[in-house]
Ligand binder design. Structure first.
Ligand code: SAH
Ligand code: AVI
Length: 325
């Protein structure tokens, strides 16, 4: 995923609608060589539901492993956060991980989930309000790679951050560092950010996690083409593309691709794009780190690692980062 340069410069956002931006990114990505699409577009309501199915697959170890770490370290995490903090979660999805932390955070004053998947986010926030009537839940529908504002009244509150799921791994390391800098500016000096990162491991384990036997990850990947057809007047036959997930060891990342099964031309909103047989659209990177490698990246972005926890098998890591001056 890439970060909009407007996030870090002071020029106003271009007057462009969300769908206009989606179309521009699809035209750019399919017109590029090699072809690539931003992974954030996986997440419409259907994509978010498919991701939730991924989280309970036997091959997809990250979610259950991170939940285990959060359960074990809940009291230690709570001790690092201001008691009455407002917690901002970046890429909150189903809020399942926040629910596991909440039992350790009785004084939490507000929860601000930020997610690009608007319909899914609103539904999750509504359910959370029903389950925790004493907690102020303030959903923010936004792409956190572009400028966005927290609801009024939160600028001078004690904020803490939560960024689980290894969503940081979906950014190239330089982009990940820039994103962490931006989160640091949002949360403020001295703030704590609790963040989950997947660790490098055997190729076979990694590739199975992104190419499961039930075909759910394939459906998640292919949903991007269905979404283009639904929202952008696309004429792409999803059956003419195959899901591929491969560990690029040199770059320490899983790559997901949609590979054209034949030579073909597809159309999106009046523009045509040609594919050779076997030509792919690169749809996602999922970087895998070592503990030291991630600590170094965080330090570059102005975050000191106060604690780093892993599971017994060293599959996944959770960090408590402190924003330095
Ligand atoms: N935090 C959850 C969900 C992870 S899936 C978990 O740990 O299980 C990644 C989430 O980030 C999705 O809900 C997706 O909609 C959201 N997301 C991805 N890119 C985003 C972006 N650029 N801006 C805001 N949300 C984004
Ligand atoms: C959200 N993100 C960290 C997931 C990952 O593992 O990179 C998205 C995903 N892609 C395929 N499976 C899950």
């Amino acid at each position: 995923m890439t970060i909009d340069p407007r996030l870090t410069d002071s020029s106003p956002a271009a007057p462009i609608t969300e769908n206009g931006l989606f179309l521009a990114d699809v035209w750019d990505g399919l017109g590029a060589s090699p072809k690539a699409l931003p992974a954030k577009y996986f997440y419409d309501a259907a994509g978010s539901a498919l991701f939730e199915e991924i989280t309970v697959l036997p091959e997809y170890y990250p979610t259950r492993t991170e939940l285990g770490i959060l359960d074990a370290q809940g009291p230690a995490i709570a001790a690092l956060l201001p008691e009455d903090a407002a917690l901002v979660e970046f890429g909150s999805g189903s809020t399942a991980k926040l629910r596991r932390l909440l039992r350790h955070l009785p004084g939490l004053s507000a929860y601000l989930p930020v997610d690009v998947s608007g319909e899914f986010l609103r539904e999750q926030a509504e359910t959370l309000r029903g389950d925790f009537p004493g907690l102020a839940v303030e959903p923010v529908v936004a792409d956190f790679t572009r400028p966005f504002a927290l609801p009024p009244g939160y600028g001078d509150r004690a904020l803490a951050g939560f960024f689980p799921g290894s969503t940081i791994g979906n950014f190239e390391p330089n982009e990940a560092a820039r994103l962490l800098e931006v989160f640091g500016r949002i949360l403020g000096t001295g703030a704590t950010l609790v963040l989950g990162v997947d660790l490098v491991k055997d190729r076979a384990v990694l590739e199975a996690a992104y190419d499961d036997a039930a075909g759910v990850t394939a459906a998640f990947n292919l949903n991007l083409l269905h979404r283009i057809n639904r929202e952008l007047d696309g004429a792409i036959d999803p059956d003419s593309f195959a899901h591929r997930a491969v560990f690029n060891e040199a770059a320490s990342r899983i790559e997901m691709h949609l590979v054209s099964r034949r030579a073909q031309t597809v159309r999106v909103a009046g523009r045509s794009f040609s594919f050779r047989e076997g030509e792919s659209i690169h749809t996602e990177n999922s970087y895998k780190y070592t503990l030291d490698g991630f600590r170094a990246l965080a330090a570059r972005a102005g975050w000191a690692s106060v604690e780093a926890w892993t599971d017994a098998d060293g599959l996944f890591s959770v960090y408590a980062l402190r924003r330095e001056a």
